[in-house]
Design a protein around this ligand. Structure first.
Ligand code: BEZ
Length: 287
């Protein structure tokens, strides 16, 4: 993970929409009462709590002690853990993740840990930022950093894969991919883009002296205003999501077959070809 800090109060103010928009991936998980589920990158536990309310035995893990403390306040079993070095052993019926995997650049380590955490035939169901996510915002960040003589490449905390990339990693680790879909999901923000930058873009802003950060955020915001802000001042970020459902196929001889790309119910798919060239090499995880 990166040096991003998660302040639960700021997160609740600026990012409640993240959990609110998690209902589709929860539906894809289809949790059953009594199932033991791991919520990977559980944040402040808003969705972990929903899984518990559905009758599941849930464990939430996250690398942020502050977010885990907030999750524990909700009464969920939440633990501070490096999600890129999981040490569970065949304990879970399913691993679930919403809006967290794009902060984990060591994707193979994550998937390997998930595989080990699952019982035979266990499922892995997740949604994350996908190739091209916040592309306009990211370009404006890069330009504003370079203007200040800072190379944005080593600061980039995000991994936004294509369906082909993540699907092939899942298969390599023994998963059968039941569905995987990359789709645009323009996302309404509760406030100005500067609030979003303050909440989600700290690995970039922390490269600047504290006194310069507000001005930097305003500059990025003004650069994308024509594309992302409407006439009434409402901001909508250019999110792209990757959503998938996979399961362990321990018995299968051939672990590379039988995947499909599907549309997302109620969502327009991008119609992009597999392996869309929108991902740039600096977004690829370094293994
Ligand atoms: C998120 O954590 O939800 C997120 C982070 C960066 C870009 C888009 C979404």
């Amino acid at each position: 993970m990166s040096d991003q800090c998660w302040d639960p109060v700021r997160y609740a103010r600026n990012a409640r929409f993240v959990a609110d928009l998690g209902s589709a991936v929860l539906e894809l998980l289809a949790p059953q009462p009594g199932e033991r589920i791991l919520d990977l990158g559980c944040g402040d536990g808003a969705l972990t709590e929903k899984l518990a309310a559905a009758g599941c035995q849930v464990v939430g893990v996250d690398s942020s002690p502050e977010q885990i403390a907030a999750a524990q306040k909700r009464g969920v079993d939440a633990r501070v853990k490096d999600c890129q070095a999981l040490d569970f052993d065949q304990e879970f019926d399913a691993v679930f993740s919403n809006a967290a995997l794009h902060w984990m650049k060591r994707a193979d380590d994550v998937i390997n840990g998930v595989r080990r955490a699952l019982r035979p035939e266990g499922r892995f169901v997740a949604e994350m930022g996908g190739s091209g996510c916040v592309g306009r915002v990211k370009r404006a960040i890069d330009i504003a950093l370079r203007r200040r003589g800072i190379d944005p490449k080593p600061l980039n905390p995000w991994y936004f894969p294509t369906a082909e990339d993540y699907g092939s990693r899942l298969r390599t680790h023994g998963f059968q991919v039941d569905s995987i879909s990359l789709f645009d999901r323009p996302t309404d923000l509760p406030g100005p883009l500067t609030d979003w930058l303050e909440t989600f873009a700290e690995p970039f802003t922390s490269a600047l002296p504290p006194a310069d950060r507000d001005e930097f955020c305003r500059e990025v915001q003004e650069a994308v205003r024509p594309e992302l802000c409407d006439a009434s001042g409402h901001w909508r970020a250019d999110y792209v999501r990757l959503r998938f459902a996979a399961h362990l196929d321990e018995k299968s001889e051939n672990r590379q077959t039988n995947s499909s790309i599907t549309g997302v119910p109620g969502q327009k798919t991008t119609g992009r070809p597999w392996g869309s060239a929108r991902v740039s090499s600096d977004e690829m995880p370094k293994q």
